[in-house]
Write a protein that binds this ligand. Structure first.
Ligand code: PMV
Length: 325
């Protein structure tokens, strides 16, 4: 069996994070400037079933049987073996490298899962369909996030802009998947600047806090979720009709609603204000919040200036991404 490699991009959520966990639509796009690479190499002399896993970025170099069963990389390997009905994987080494910062809203967990699943299935000579890859990655998202909506594994697997609605628990029991996933046209490309607060913030925590807030005051939170849902629908229309500049004010409103849900932070608010002052047409936090990333809609000629204003205001790193089909 020859060596096999696979890549998976990062992602950002443009609109709808958190509300998506509660049934509202969200829009996410792949970010190809950052990515995970997974490579599986045969160990010709190794004993069948011996899988060595190296993810040196996170100081991991271990045999599969030394990892906890709910370790995300172990779960990815087991997920592929179970899906393909393989009980003993030929001896091999799985190497994972990534340029996606961890726990910052860029989808690093989902990208690792997708790249590993594709690399291993390819190495075994049985490539999986996108739906199968996404389904395995979704199970691993549950280890990372507790109750994920499924948007991260979806956008990272399909590597296309997606409009995503999680189905209700009852509808998920039906055979046709856990979500409504639509790809849509980006009629006119637009430019997003991503600014990283440099603060790692586990999504599991903020999702749990929003759920607790909703439990304590369902009426208020449902109003917030519905308002985010209607912004997301307007955003899709703006993107599909070739008016991306309209996304700016929608981002500002979405950020304010996320603040009301309690998932912004002084650092995120500071970067959002700095982007607007530097000429962004709108800005918001992106992903789980309380840390991680914010995004700003930039007139293309001002993107570098906005990125540099973000770094002067404390952003640990910035990415300028052109969003197009
Ligand atoms: O993985 P992140 O940090 O981009 O956040 C995911 C978005 C949430 O809506 C907060 C959670 C989810 O599962 O959709």
């Amino acid at each position: 069996m020859p060596q096999f490699s696979a890549h998976a991009p990062g992602k950002i959520i443009l609109f709808g994070e958190h509300a998506v966990v509660h049934g509202q639509p969200a829009i996410a796009v792949p970010i190809t400037q950052v990515r995970v690479t997974a490579t599986v190499t045969p160990d010709i002399r190794g004993k069948a079933g011996t899988v060595r896993i190296q993810a040196l970025d996170v100081d991991l170099d271990a045999r599969l049987d030394e990892l906890d069963r709910d370790h995300p990389l172990a779960a990815a390997v087991e997920g592929v073996a179970a899906t393909l009905g393989i009980s003993r994987i030929p001896a091999c080494t799985l190497r994972v490298t990534s340029t996606i910062p961890v726990a910052s809203g860029l989808g690093s967990g989902a990208a690792v899962s997708v790249a590993v699943v594709r690399a291993l299935a390819g190495f075994l000579g049985q490539p999986l369909a996108d739906e199968q890859v996404s389904a395995i990655a979704f199970e691993i998202e549950k280890i990372h996030h507790g109750t994920p909506s499924g948007i991260d594994n979806t956008v990272v697997t399909y590597a296309q802009p997606v409009y995503f609605i999680k189905k209700s628990a009852a509808a998920r029991a039906q055979p046709r998947g856990a979500a409504l996933i639509e790809t849509f046209t980006i009629a006119k490309p637009f430019t997003i600047v991503v600014g990283d607060t440099g603060i790692a913030s586990p999504t599991r925590q903020t999702v749990g806090d929003v759920r607790a807030g909703w439990g304590a005051d369902p009426g208020h939170y449902e109003t917030l979720f519905a308002a985010v849902g209607s912004l997301t629908k307007s955003a899709r229309q703006a993107i599909e009709s070739g008016h991306p500049q309209r996304l700016g004010p929608l981002m500002d409103e979405n950020h304010a609603l996320l603040g009301e849900m309690g998932v912004s932070s002084p650092e995120l608010d500071h970067l959002v204000s700095a982007a607007r002052e530097a000429g962004a047409l709108g800005a918001k936090l992106s992903g789980g919040g309380r840390g991680g990333n914010m995004i700003a809609l930039a007139p293309p000629e001002q993107a570098d200036q906005i990125a540099s204003a973000l770094r002067s205001s404390g952003a640990a790193r910035t990415i300028v991404a052109r969003i197009e089909r």
